[in-house]
Design a protein around this ligand. Sequence first.
Ligand SMILES: Cc1ncc(COP(=O)(O)O)c(C=O)c1O
Length: 396
Amino acid sequence: MTVPIPAEDPRHVPNRAVIDPSAITYNTRQITGVLEEQTALMAIVKADGYGHGMLTAARAALEGGATWLGAAHPASALALSRAGLDVPILTWLFEPSTAQVVLPEVIKAGVDVSVGSELMLRMVADAARAADRRARVHIKIDTGMGRGGVVPSRVRELGHAATSDDYLSIAAAWTHLSAADDPSDPMTDQQVETFDAAFAQLCEEVGPVPLQHISATAATLTRPELHRDLVRIGIGLYGYPPVPSPVRLRPALTLTTRVAMVKEVPAGSTVGYGHIHTTDQPTRLGLLPIGYADGLHRASSGKVEVLVRTRSGYQAARQVGRISMDQIVVDLGPESRAQAGDEVVLFGEVLDGLLPDEEGRALTVPTAADWAEAGGTIPYEVLTSVSASVPRQVKG
Ligand SMILES: Cc1ncc(COP(=O)(O)O)c(C=O)c1O
């Protein structure tokens, strides 16, 4: 066989991000199952569906009962619409130059647009005029997140400006919580109070506002009274609850590689940059061709285990030494039967039911949450860090 150009053809890379759309569908069903009756679920598929592939994630979530889609960038929202996903879509992050080019198309496609300032309102109104179609706007209220959104004292003015323009209609008001992943943080209640007061003012100014939405995954799982008309679910779709919850979710992305080399080393052997690891017994080291350029966080070095699928079953193996740009080393142990070519699961789900190891001990599959804890970050960052250099393989 000839190697095609470019030589980086994904078929020649041993690493895979295996996406299981049925897990996203399952997770969506699990979450719709706990929603208040009037509440719809918006599937958040920004950042390429948290690394799972935007369209794959969107289709799977719609199959599980999502009836809205949300994407930060207007270009992503447009791609969802152009893919024929015929549900309401919300987009919320733009600046003047992209707004000028993309927003008219977005509005023509019937996508809802968030507005959190007078300038954004003008951009949307101009785009709506260019598209000759009325834009549906969601008024974003900054209740303490301090990112996008109008400060509560300016909500009336913004609402007034929106209703004064025939090319705009107010479809919703919304906010984003900054600390819902810590149910003991009083900030959530403060934000909700601020939102409710601002919402009341907005309604006084412009009349009834059809929809309100506040909650992402964390508040959805912990605060049913905050479900309101719509919840915006991201990380839950992908299998990682950001708060302890009885709702069972399955990881939808499994990161795999293959063993490149196994070697026997004596006790006292050093491993990797900075020789931060020294073997304490004669052992076998496995070299894996995946590293921080592929999305593994260097800060996780030496703190995670992976699963190696050997001839005689899965075994756990600790990653040792510093994570390099394109490779890591695992300590397989002196008796390991692992060999070059064996598949390795870095994190995710193992679907063929296997979990006892060679000695019949139960093994658990490492998760993005384990990597996050090891690296001092959150599963969101672990998932979205899996780089474009890792081919996505969608399970059929
Ligand atoms: C505005 C907005 N809503 C909802 C979400 C989804 O959050 P989560 O992934 O915690 O469900 C995000 C993601 O950060 C977001 O930016």
